[in-house]
Design a protein around this ligand. Structure first.
Ligand code: GLP
Length: 240
């Protein structure tokens, strides 16, 4: 595991260097993309690199980690909307080459099966971007007595709903379920980049990277992966 610590303002630039390296070595990479506030500096930098003609996603494909269940795709807080606004609309990744779980599907289980099949037939994830929840979740793989390998429907932990309620009018408006790719899918990615910023993440980052590997802290499983790069600002690294 390689840990890179940068000043908060330099996180985006690091994100630009990491994706440029990946797409240079494999222009048709299958990228695993994430939502949340953490990847935004990465996405801003990618957009400006594409705008300057220094980076192209034209041959890449992307699979997002997760989506709320029951939220219309066009809802301002759906992850579909997040991805359009913060990245996809602004870069040259083909619309037909981007996949986000469909949280509006009438049959959510069937949607999970479809997502896994699509991902598998694409050849799996080459480069997976991850944030980390305050409770150690990755994607929406929540802490618990067990973890699930494939894409599945998850009941969101109360602390996750509370953390994400800042984006909704009230806690009641935060969906109770989501679709997430599973831990098996994440850990099969050929390379993983985990990003965390801010003092609020320092404790969980230290536990995930240096504590015991346990299902109660899903991000701790990243310790078992052969190629993980962790990008932290100084505050998020302060308890390591
Ligand atoms: C959400 C997402 C995760 C994300 C996490 C942290 O619940 N499902 O993929 O990593 O929250 O979000 P933030 O980066 O805003 O702290």
């Amino acid at each position: 595991m390689e840990i890179l610590v940068a000043q908060t303002a330099a996180i985006g630039q690091l994100g630009g260097e990491l994706i440029a390296r990946q797409l240079r070595s494999k222009p048709d990479s299958i990228l695993g993309l994430a939502t949340g506030s953490t990847p935004i500096p990465f996405y801003k930098e990618w957009i400006s690199l594409v705008g300057r003609g220094e980076l192209s996603f034209a041959r890449a494909r992307s699979f997002n980690l997760d989506e709320y269940a029951g939220l219309p795709r066009a809802h301002s807080q759906s992850y579909w909307t997040f991805m359009q606004e913060n990245l996809l609309r602004h870069i040259d990744l083909r619309v037909s080459a981007t996949e986000i779980p469909n949280g509006e599907a009438a049959d959510l289980q069937a949607e999970c099966v479809r997502y896994d099949r699509t991902l598998e037939s694409a050849g799996g994830i080459d480069w997976q971007l991850l944030g980390i929840g305050h409770n150690g979740h990755i994607g929406f793989n929540e802490p618990g007595p067990s973890l699930t390998a494939g894409t599945h429907v998850v009941e969101l932990a109360e602390e996750t709903r509370q953390a994400n309620s800042r984006f909704f009018d009230s806690l009641d408006d935060v969906p109770r379920q989501a679709i997430t790719v599973g831990m098996g899918t994440i850990l099969k990615a050929r390379e993983i980049v985990l990003v965390a910023q801010g003092e609020g993440k320092a404790e969980i980052v230290a536990q995930a990277l240096t504590g015991p590997v346990m299902t109660e802290l899903p991000a701790s499983f990243l310790q078992l992966h052969a190629k993980v790069t962790v990008v932290l600002d100084e505050a998020a690294a302060s308890k390591l």
